[in-house]
Ligand binder design. Structure first.
Ligand code: FAD
Length: 504
């Protein structure tokens, strides 16, 4: 039985932000090099007059896999995007006033006896041991001392990057165009649907040009020009648990060396970010408009800038959630057009990456198979929901109750799946996760305990060592991390000497 619809040859991407150019670069890379058989046309439409969302500077480690796929050299990319290293996120005030913790990349300790290290650490804690687990994770210690290199003699140093998103899009545009993608400048004014099946047939530009396609990728940002305005797909929103619906972004000068981590500070009605680039800091306040108006949010942000502001404040609005389906008829929504989980754990660019890879792996040839679309949508929604739960966990377990915002957040509760995870963790120390989840045991453990959630028990295998054996294993682990740490240069020196930032 053949699948319905025309063969897929012409792919039209609407939007040239991070999502549009990541999609174009990956599709062009995958579909070029087919020699005389190359039959795909990739067209990207973007409008300079509309511009991009202008934020999105922090990433998570899998970004390296995407960049490697595209053949990007890490040091050259840091240089082109004025980027820095991200070893994790420092959370200030989330567990309560004056409290702070670090959510690192990489792993805590090492697996022992087939179970995760944190079970042993919980046992050690119950026996009155030092509650600081930083010395068992290299990225945490490197962040504390402001050090970095991609690897030590013992292996890689887990990290992601901060970058100027518009410079990243420019690099990707270069790659996509070199592989044959065509760029069209201008505004899409109209979307034509086919009469028989309601698929998108073509988009019409303001100047009357008509661009027809077989498959459309909506990367038009929050407006969802194709997926929502044309196809009326609908949106599942999560504002009940994630009430922040606005942000103010304001880049500012910084005169000190860039720290190799993001900072997130809990505030009266949301939280503030600080993302260091080589030449400036990205700053912003993510807040709930039901609790704080835009002017008050801007006034609250300005005193916390590290130096003189370098642009006008960028005011943004959003609703946490995702389209009811990400692939609807012959349109796939990628980036903000598909959905948005607020930026607390910098997961949006990662969701672009995984959606692009999912599209590539299921790319139709001879028409669109409903079973493929259903599977794509099921996987995409599952991924959104597991990341959503990790982000909600920060709010749901926050130690603040001192303002109406934090009291409302506490009263909102959490999705059932998340409640189950947190209760299981509290009772047993186990972290329920699935292979393939972006956030694994170390991430959950560091965030939940950082916010003050203390398990009452641990895995029985962790009782298998004597107190002395446990102390000696812990000492060896700390020593190994300390040795690796000593091999790392200061972050700024790494940027300079690797050629990533000759001027820093
Ligand atoms: P956009 O950047 O909005 O691009 C839309 C494109 O569509 C533009 O090129 C525009 O010109 C084009 N377009 C729209 N309408 C038309 C039309 N009619 N005709 C032609 N072209 C059109 N993500 C992270 O991973 N890390 C972070 O730290 C992070 N921080 C964030 C902070 C905030 C406050 C917000 C709101 C988001 C943040 N994100 C972050 C998300 C990140 O910014 C986005 O995922 C990323 O920028 C992708 O955006 P986009 O390409 O989907 O949309």
């Amino acid at each position: 039985m053949s699948v319905p619809g025309p063969k897929i040859r012409r792919i039209v991407i609407v939007g040239g932000g991070t999502a549009g150019w990541m999609t174009a670069a990956a599709l062009a890379r995958a579909l070029s090099g087919q020699g005389a058989g190359a039959r795909h046309e990739i067209t990207l439409i973007e409008s300079e007059a509309i511009g991009t969302v202008g934020v999105g500077e922090a990433t998570v480690p899998p970004i390296h896999e995407f960049n490697r796929y595209l053949g990007l050299d890490p040091a050259e990319l840091l240089q082109a995007t004025r980027g820095t290293i991200k070893l994790g996120i420092e959370f200030e005030g989330w567990g309560g006033a004056g409290q702070r913790y670090f959510h690192p990349f990489g792993y805590l300790g090492t697996e022992m006896g087939g179970i995760h290290f944190h079970h042993y650490w919980l046992r050690h804690l119950a026996a009155g041991g030092d509650p600081d687990h930083g010395p068992y994770n290299l990225p945490t210690m490197a962040a504390r001392e402001g050090r970095f290199a991609p690897a030590t003699s013992a292996g890689p140093v887990h990290h992601a990057v901060h970058f100027d998103a518009s410079a990243y899009a420019k690099v990707l545009r270069g790659l996509a165009e070199a592989k044959g993608a065509q760029r069209i400048e201008g505004k899409v004014a109209d979307v034509a649907l086919r009469g028989d099946d309601g698929h998108i047939e073509a988009v019409t530009m303001e100047d009357g040009r008509r661009i027809a396609g077989d498959l459309f990728v909506d990367c038009s940002g929050f407006r969802g020009l194709l997926i929502e305005q044309a196809l009326e797909t609908g949106y599942h929103e999560w504002s009940r648990w994630l009430p922040c619906d606005a942000a103010i972004a304001l880049p500012a000068r910084r005169d000190t060396d860039p720290p190799p981590y993001t900072r997130s500070t809990a505030c009266e009605s949301g939280w503030r970010w600080r993302i260091p680039l080589q030449h400036r800091d990205g700053n912003g306040y993510v807040y709930s408009r039901a609790h704080l108006d835009d002017d008050a949010a801007e006034a609250a942000l300005r005193p916390h800038l590290p130096g003189e502001p370098l642009a006008e404040a960028n005011r943004l609005r959003f609703t946490a959630g995702h389209r009811k389906v990400i692939w609807n008829r012959n349109c796939i929504a990628i980036g903000l057009a598909g959905g948005f989980i607020e930026p607390l754990e910098s997961t949006s660019i990662h969701l672009i990456q995984t959606t692009v890879i999912r599209l590539l792996s299921l790319l139709p040839r001879d028409g669109i198979d409903p079973a493929v679309v259903a599977r794509f949508n099921r996987d995409a929604v599952h991924e959104y929901e597991t990341i959503r739960d990790f982000v909600i966990a920060h709010y749901a377990t926050a130690g603040r109750r001192d303002t109406p915002f934090w009291r409302d957040v506490a009263a909102a509760g959490m999705p059932d799946n998340l409640r189950e995870r947190i209760e299981a963790f509290r009772a047993t120390g186990n972290i329920l996760f699935e292979p393939g989840d972006l956030f694994g045991p170390t991430n959950w453990f560091c965030v939940l305990t950082g916010q003050g959630v203390r398990p009452e028990s641990w895995h029985p295998i962790a009782d298998g060592l004597t107190g002395e054996e446990l102390a000696s294993r812990f000492a060896r682990l700390r020593e190994a991390i300390a040795k690796q740490l000593a091999q790392l240069p200061p972050h700024a020196r790494f940027l300079r000497e690797s050629g990533a930032a000759p001027g820093v």
